[in-house]
Design a binder for this molecule. Structure first.
Ligand SMILES: Nc1ncnc2c1ncn2[C@@H]1O[C@H](COP(=O)(O)OP(=O)(O)OP(=O)(O)O)[C@@H](O)[C@H]1O
Length: 258
């Protein structure tokens, strides 16, 4: 059984078919890249997997269970976490609080326990803080724990988003343009981090326009154009696929990036 499986997924917005009968699967342990030209439907696909949108038809299975119609927080509970193309942090809150926000789906205490601070709730808070420290350490941000998120560079804010996603203990992490706004040094560090995430046993699905990063990080690529899947394969296979070259890697600039 695949970890994630999309089956003939369709999503329309008014008259526009943003995702057209797309099927592909992601196996546990893989690092998979979803690529395609601007407006191809990549982010829409991510939003369908994470419950921000519901497919018009088709199905999306995670560990054999359909995520269709489930709310985003339920899908996080199931083991899928994500980052966003446009950074969505609590900008005025400390870095550590942002990481803690990711732990909440794993906390069980209700409002009553929180109000009277039962021993069980205190244990949960301690555990959450340990998790926040672990994930911030993992992405290299623990030393900034007390600073507000807004004081971090753009690249570090992206790492904080990854830390927050990791704090929910996902089995699949979905990264939407994680290298956006990063310089070359930060992108090289991101590549290392993606491999480390994979080594932890977390499956990675990413959208990324930085072809250098995609080609190095991913073992499998899914290519979409105008909402339709046009190729699946290893980076080498995809790079040499005439349909992909025409659709996506056609310009000299993009080919140079590979
Ligand atoms: N909420 C929405 N309402 C209407 N149209 C939308 C909506 N979201 C996306 N679209 C349209 O669906 C198509 C696919 O958009 P999407 O953002 O998924 O593409 P993308 O491949 O992620 O693009 P990019 O690489 O530029 O981020 C585009 O034509 C877009 O304008």
């Amino acid at each position: 059984m695949s970890l994630l499986s999309l089956e003939k997924v369709v999503k329309t917005f008014g008259g526009l078919t943003a995702v057209n009968r797309v099927s592909f699967s992601v196996e546990a342990g893989e690092i998979v890249g979803l690529i395609g030209p601007n407006g191809a439907g990549k982010t829409t696909l991510f939003n369908l997997i994470t419950g921000n949108y519901t497919p018009d038809s088709g199905d999306i299975l995670f560990e054999g269970r359909s995520v269709k119609g489930k709310k985003p927080h339920k899908i996080v509970d199931m083991g899928i976490a994500r980052t966003f193309q446009s950074i969505r942090l609590f900008q005025n809150m400390p870095v550590v609080e942002n990481a803690l926000a990711g732990c909440h789906c794993r906390m069980k205490s209700g409002i009553f326990a929180s109000m009277i601070r039962t021993p069980g709730q205190r244990r949960e808070e301690k555990k959450a803080l340990e998790t926040a420290r672990e994930v911030l350490d993992f992405v290299g941000l623990w030393e900034y724990a007390g600073l507000s998120a807004s004081s971090l560079s753009y690249g570090k804010q992206r790492l904080l988003e990854i830390a927050r996603a990791l704090a929910s203990r996902p089995r699949l992490i979905i990264l939407d343009e994680p290298a956006g706004g990063m310089n070359d040094q930060e992108t090289a560090e991101l590549l290392h981090l993606i491999r480390e995430i994979s080594r932890k046993g977390i499956t990675v699905l990413l959208i990324e326009h930085d072809m250098g990063l995609v080609m190095r990080a991913c073992e499998k690529l899914v290519v979409i154009e105008y909402g339709t899947k046009i190729a699946v394969g290893s980076p080498e296979e995809v790079k040499n696929n005439p349909r992909v070259i025409e659709a996506y890697l056609g310009s000299d600039e993009e080919e140079d990036a590979c």
